[in-house]
Structures are given as structure tokens and as C-alpha cells.
Design a binder for this molecule. Structure first.
Ligand code: GRF
Length: 208
């Protein structure tokens, strides 16, 4: 049984999609052991509590320095024997020590087709604003392993969504979440549980 920790900052609809696939028996061989948020009032924590999954707040505000915060987060994960860390709408930069402790064992969901619309400043609704500004016709979402860069790690899965002429950032965000994020994040976790994901020369191979 793989042990997952999910890091969240907000509503946690991606987390919800994963919980539901687990409850429906579509993901077996893994369990979410803890949900950790940097915001005490993140609704994602409620989604965990409702299922009797440990819900923990670890916020930079609780510590004297960033280093202490990063250390506390890493210690929490270490103490729970976590196999994989899932960033599901986690808005803080994670530390190098965390990446080094979990090499190719941290995955992130990003709401665009990387390498488009990613990197500094491209998070949340801003991604979709930039997509509309640029006038691209296809966008989507990406699940990737996390390395020390920003959105630069090996790509695991991508799924596309069509941009419509009358889209607003909000309608586009909703479509990308429903059609892409809530599909590929649980799918990637399912493949991890089935041991069907490997990295060869910095490229990810996902077995059918
Ligand atoms: C998603 O768009 C995710 O891709 C991005 O932040 C949003 C999180 O949504 N990184 P939720 O908290 O899972 O509802």
C-alpha cells in the first residue's frame, strides 16, 4: 500500500477527485495518509476530516523563519513514512531539501500544457488569463514530477481542453479542471499505485 501525503492551499477539488476515485475502487494499492495545508481554513482540510483522514495546518506564519517552516513540513512527512507527496493546488514553493528527500516522489498538477503558461507568476486563475490574452485555441493540464525548478520536472501526463470564443478566465478554469485536472491527477496516482510509471533519461514512461 503506497502512502500518499497531499499538500493543498485552497478548495481541494483535485483532492476530492482523488478521494472519490479511491472510494469508487478505481484506485487501489494506495491511501491518503495526511492532507497538509498552509492555510488553517482551507476547505481541502474539511474534505480530509470528513473522511477521518488526518488534516494538518503547517503555515509559515507558525515559524520564525522560512527554514524552520520547511523543516517542520519535511519532519511531518518523514514521521509518517510517506512514499509520494502530491501537490494539489499547493501555492507555496517547496524547499530543495524536500525535493532531495523525495526524488521523483513528488508530483504536481498544473493547469496548462507545460511548457506553455508555466513558471513564475503562472498559478491559479492567472494561467487562464494569460491563455486568453495570448489567444491560444487549445490549453489543458499537466501532471509532472517536481524537481528544484518551477514546473520543470519530467512530465507524466497531459490532457487538452478547447478554448471557446466566449470564455472568461473563470469558465476556462472550470473546463480545464473538470475535463483535465480531475481526470489526469487521479489517473497518474492510479498508475503510481500500479507501479506503471518509470523515468528513463528524464522522460516518463507510463505503461498501459
Ligand atoms: C487548480 O487549478 C490547480 O491546477 C492549481 O490550483 C487549483 C487548485 O484547485 N494549481 P483545487 O484546490 O484542487 O480546487
Amino acid at each position: 500500500m503506497l502512502r500518499f501525503a497531499v499538500l493543498v492551499s485552497g478548495g481541494g477539488t483535485n483532492l476530492e477527485a482523488v478521494f472519490q476515485k479511491m472510494e469508487q475502487g478505481q484506485i487501489t494499492g494506495g491511501q491518503i495518509c495526511v492532507v497538509i495545508s498552509n492555510h488553517a481554513n482551507a476547505y481541502a482540510l474539511e474534505r480530509a476530516k470528513r473522511r477521518n483522514v488526518d488534516a494538518v495546518c503547517i503555515s509559515p506564519k507558525m515559524y520564525q523563519s522560512r527554514d524552520e517552516f520547511h523543516e517542520a513540513l519535511l519532519n511531518e512527512l518523514k514521521s509518517r513514512n510517506i512514499d509520494y507527496v502530491i501537490l494539489a493546488g499547493y501555492l507555496l514553493q517547496i524547499s530543495q531539501s524536500l525535493v532531495e528527500y523525495f526524488p521523483n516522489r513528488i508530483i504536481n498538477i498544473h493547469p496548462s500544457l507545460i511548457p506553455s503558461f508555466c513558471g513564475k507568476g503562472f498559478y491559479g486563475i492567472h494561467v487562464h488569463e494569460k491563455v486568453l490574452e495570448r489567444g491560444v485555441k487549445i490549453t489543458g493540464a499537466t501532471v509532472h514530477f517536481v524537481d528544484c525548478g518551477m514546473d520543470t520536472g519530467p512530465i507524466i501526463m497531459q490532457k487538452a481542453a478547447v478554448v471557446q470564443e466566449d470564455d472568461t478566465p473563470e469558465t476556462l478554469q472550470k473546463r480545464v479542471m473538470e475535463e483535465c485536472e480531475w481526470v489526469i491527477l487521479p489517473d497518474a496516482i492510479k498508475k503510481l499505485c500500479q507501479d506503471k510509471i518509470r523515468i528513463v533519461d528524464h522522460h516518463v514512461i507510463v505503461e498501459e
